[in-house]
Design a protein around this ligand. Sequence first.
Ligand code: SAH
Length: 220
Amino acid sequence: MRPTEDTYRHKGLRKKLVQGIHAKGITDDRVLDAVLEVPRHFFLDSAFDEKAYEDRAFPIGEGQTISQPYTVAYQSQLLEIKPFDKVLEIGTGSAYQAVVLAEMGVQVYTIERQKKLFESNKQFPFLKKYNSIKFFYGDGYEGLPTYAPFDKIIITAAAPEIPQKLIEQLKPGGMMVIPLGAGDLQQMLRITKLENGSLKEEMFDHFSFVPMLGGKSHES
Ligand code: SAH
């Protein structure tokens, strides 16, 4: 069962969480405001009620996880979000990252390859208020050519290599944030497509993500 009540207690825990990620180096106010706004416990089973505000990843079924709030904030900050940006997310999972981005005033296109997770988001009433998020079931390696190009692309699973089709779907001047690496740890990479089409690559900290897998999973 998902909780539906956002109490003062939850809001207080969220405030502490935001202070924690600020202390760890997240300074973009729009990111901090969004984390403060979004009731993370709604995205988890009610058994996680208060735990939802610990800065940790948690299981969401199908062997997948809701990302750690610090990681969500870190990737969001690297994207240098501007209002009305068109953002493609690979790996919807719990939809928490998508909602954080939507709270920052952008248009989100998000893809999930696990049928069960995709279907469960369709049954999640809280998401109904976010008209600016469009959900897709598919293989993120293919991106969404019909809706391309995007201002920003965020990959929320560990990519063993840079998906070339996603680079093609990035606008000139656009940015992609991607946890790169096949092992237990990935390095956060930001790729900027310059106006002349060439790519600038910047490396950041190490994180641990679940793997980005090819194809779709049909089990439901
Ligand atoms: N952004 C999510 C993080 C979920 S974990 C959140 O906020 O909760 C990463 C997700 O990426 C998993 O749900 C996994 O199924 C999905 N994934 C892995 N490879 C994928 C691919 N090729 N295309 C789309 N989704 C993928």
